[in-house]
Design a protein around this ligand. Structure first.
Ligand code: ATP
Ligand code: MG
Length: 562
């Protein structure tokens, strides 16, 4: 697979270039993507995936997929499977290099023993609150634990018994012996192992002690021969522990490099909060098309290549920032503009009767499938005396500069004829239920031979040929640019957009869409890009999702936001 946005340089590439020049790591580049299987992947993870697998691709190196599965209570096989599917769907391949930190538990245990023997780790019996108290603060150094001076023999014995299950959960931990006065707090004797009786999705009940992230991560990188261990900025302080441990153990030592995580406007990228949305049923699941998950984007109709283009375009930096959602939407618009077939669909139908068009007559109009792609050809669209147009393409009493249909006005029906409005029909409550028009038979195809001009062109669907189908109109899940910005006492849920899913139940579609296969993307002319939903479409009765509108609608949302 090609890099869509060729060779955009960044500080990580600069570091690798220097390393290669110096012959570091024997000229190898080996990265990894290390998700914790405690939720589905989101667009932030896509950035990390594109970065890690992208570097491997561009430097002819390798990239591993490694599950960081050291937290059995929160981790599940379902998440492992979804993550593998999402990485593949994004277009990346770990080949034979699928790893699990849990495969290294035995090795990790041995290395913990090695640290104890070097007097660089000890078993500590402080309770959690005491541990916190002894740790000190940003301005005050910590104090040594009273258990810090245990002998090697005592530590060896206690650690073995921790493993054998002699002590209750939480009673003891294994800690690194570093420096309780260290200016970086995570260096103040970080915990390496804790006792936790929990069934692990791969190792079952074999273990009742589990290694902590800081201990597991650097050793897993080392075992796999990783050269550049790329992570997000919040791990900057943890780099000190990463380096200390690998130096003390004297094993292969990858270089940790931090970059700024992706933040997107109107979007939450915290697995904990996304899990809450799923558990509390604010959305239909992890793959709800409004979710910023990879599975949600896939269901919505985004393409892997548009997501990759986005990840490349936003680049990699050292400073945190918020990217506007419009940047992502524009990547999908750009791609679908080139590839999506154009069709006509009316979401909010208003009937138009063309009074001088013969009853029973039908014609086939030639419609272009994609003006951006001549090879896409054309199709026939049936036309008849009764058609549907969008309700908001007609106004009885229009403002100035309204160029669509109103009494007395002439507009072009795309690919068909010029029509002029002659009459408005209302029901007893005054609602417009039908509009009557006349057509000019000389304007077939949508052009006047006499050169007469009309300002408005609207789309339409022949009433008797129309396919009726539900069309789901998705909008942002959150109304605020920063969903975490809330009034006092409220949480992010108060920013949920109540209009994030509106369904046009009775949308009228041109008949070519009756056979739309789940997964096919279209441009509904003048409306946006739509996907025939993969789960809910049945043969002959498709269901559509709006992928993205033709232009961004931010202004509208911010205003109606509160
Ligand atoms: P969360 O904080 O939402 O639980 P996480 O970072 O703990 O996410 P992991 O499964 O540990 O989730 O993430 C796997 C990799 O993806 C890590 O290397 C992490 O740095 C990276 N990552 C996670 N979120 C983002 C983001 N928003 N932007 C870029 N990379 C990210
Ligand atoms: Mg994490």
């Amino acid at each position: 697979m090609e890099n869509n946005e060729k060779n955009i340089s960044n500080f990580i590439r600069d570091i690798i270039d220097v390393d290669l020049e110096k012959g570091k790591n024997g000229g190898r580049v080996h990265t990894r993507f290390p998700p914790e299987p405690n939720g589905y992947l989101h667009i932030g993870h896509a950035k990390s995936i594109c970065l890690n697998f992208g570097l491997a691709r561009d430097y002819k190196g390798l990239c591993n997929l490694r599950f960081d599965d050291t937290n059995p209570e929160k981790e599940e096989v379902e998440y492992v499977e979804s993550i593998k599917e999402d990485v593949k769907w994004l277009g990346f391949d770990w080949e034979t290099r699928l790893y699990f930190a849990s495969d290294y538990f035995e090795k990790l245990y041995d290395l913990a023993v090695k640290l104890i023997q070097k007097e660089k780790a000890y078993v500590c019996d402080l309770a959690a609150d005491e541990t916190r108290e002894y740790r000190g603060t940003l301005t005050e150094p910590g104090k040594n634990s009273p258990f810090r001076s245990r002998t090697v023999d005592e530590n060896m014995d206690l650690f073995r018994r921790m493993r054998e299950g002699e002590f209750p959960d939480g009673m003891r931990v294994l800690r690194a012996k570093i420096d309780m006065a260290h200016p970086i707090i995570v260096m103040r004797d970080p915990v390496l192992y804790r006792i936790r009786r929990a069934t692990h999705h791969r190792t079952g009940d074999k273990w009742c002690i589990y290694p902590m992230y800081d201990f597991t991560h650097c050793i897993s990188d080392s075992i796999e021969g990783i050269t550049h261990s790329i992570c997000t900025l919040e791990f900057e302080n943890n780099r000190s522990v990463y380096d200390w441990l690998l130096d003390e153990l004297g094993v292969h030592h990858p270089q940790q490099i931090e970059f700024a995580r992706l933040n997107l406007s109107h979007t939450l990228l915290s697995k904990r909060k996304l899990l809450q949305l799923v558990n509390e049923k604010h959305v239909s699941g992890w793959d709800d098309p409004r979710m910023p998950t990879i599975s949600g984007f896939r269901r919505r109709g985004y393409t892997p290549s548009a997501i990759r283009t986005f990840c490349e375009r936003i680049g990699v930096a050292k400073m945190n920032s918020v990217i506007d959602l419009v940047v992502l939407e524009n990547c999908i618009r750009e791609e679908l503009n080139k590839t999506a077939l154009r069709v006509m669909a009316v979401l909010d139908p208003l009937k138009v009767v063309i009074t001088n068009y013969p009853e029973g007559k039908e014609e086939e109009m030639d419609a272009v499938n994609n003006p951006e792609d001549p090879r896409a050809g054309s199709r026939k669209v049936p036309f008849s005396r009764e058609i549907y147009i969008e309700r908001d393409d007609f106004m009885e009493d229009p403002p100035k500069k309204y160029f669509r249909l109103f009494p007395g006005a002439e507009v072009r029906l795309r690919y068909a004829y010029f029509i002029t409005c002659t009459e408005v029909v209302k029901n007893s409550s005054g609602e417009i239920i039908e509009v009557r028009c006349t057509y000019d038979p000389l304007t077939r195809g949508g052009d006047s031979p006499s050169g007469r001009k009309v300002k408005g062109t609207i789309h339409w669907v022949s009433a008797k040929h129309a396919v009726t189908a539900p069309v789901r109109l998705y909008d942002n899940l959150f109304v605020k640019r920063d969903p975490n910005e809330t009034d006092d006492g409220k949480d992010f849920l108060s920013n949920l957009n109540t209009g994030s899913l509106l369904t046009a139940e009775g949308a009228k579609l041109e008949p070519s869409l009756s056979g739309a296969k789940g997964g096919t993307r279209y441009q509904f002319e003048r409306l946006g890009y739509f996907l025939a939903d993969t789960k809910d479409s049945k043969a002959g009765s498709p269901v559509f999702n709006r992928i993205v509108s033709l232009r961004d609608t931010w202004g509208k949302i911010e205003k109606s936001g509160k």
